[in-house]
Ligand binder design. Sequence first.
Ligand code: APR
Length: 246
Amino acid sequence: MSSNNHFQKVKFEKLSQNRKERRRDYSCGDKFIQLKKIPSWPAFYKENSYSVSTAAHPQSLVDKFKDECRYQVDAEINEKVSVFYGDITKLEIDAIVNAANNSLLGGGGVDGAIHRAAGPFLLNECQTLNGCDTGDAKITGGYDLPARYVIHTVGPIGEKPSMLEQCYRRSMQVALENNIKTIAFPCISTGVYGYPNEKAVQLVLPVVRTMLEAHKDKFERVIFCLFLDIDKKLYNRYLPIIYPLN
Ligand code: APR
């Protein structure tokens, strides 16, 4: 087997290991974060209600958005959603989503962090995928990541709502096709690709809710992995509107 295809053997081995065996090789050592340590949205709200309800942000945009949409309380859906503040490469879940580029050959930002943490076999596998169209998503092994899989999606450059919506839909579709039940998203396109953060959260939260409503029994948890303060403030403003708790 050529070194380039060696990734296939490693991928198969890793996917057939149990959790205890996989934990021996995580690039983050014991600094991984287990799903049970990530509260669902209702528990998170209870623990942080002082920050969630008063997160400072231009209220006018939030009020306008609130008036335009009326979401019902759905306790089951609320238990399937989480926010996590930190590094997506530490999450010990089924799949993390990578905000990649069309080449799938790595880059900066979260793409660079995921490739560094996964190790060289991730690139070897990506090299066999012939790139990825904007709005599409492709799956690889997770290698030395605590996540078993990486779902690579390519966001739009700039504010292109239908393309960004497609990234989230396709990533969750690929998760369904691979029986993946726990998945984490970074804030796709809002970094280097410059998608306005507030426009992104106003689109992302409803799209994920629609997908969860359509496939309730297939997902255990969808985690919004937030890295920047602006996104933490925005998600805290909009989560109570799109995933109302009472
Ligand atoms: N964990 C979670 N989120 C992260 C991490 C990390 N380790 N590192 C960065 N982020 C956040 C950024 O702060 C931003 O909020 O991910 C979000 C997406 O930003 P980018 O990584 O810049 O992704 P994007 O805007 O989609 O641009 C993609 O950048 O890195 C290149 O190869 C990539 O060309 C592609 C482009």
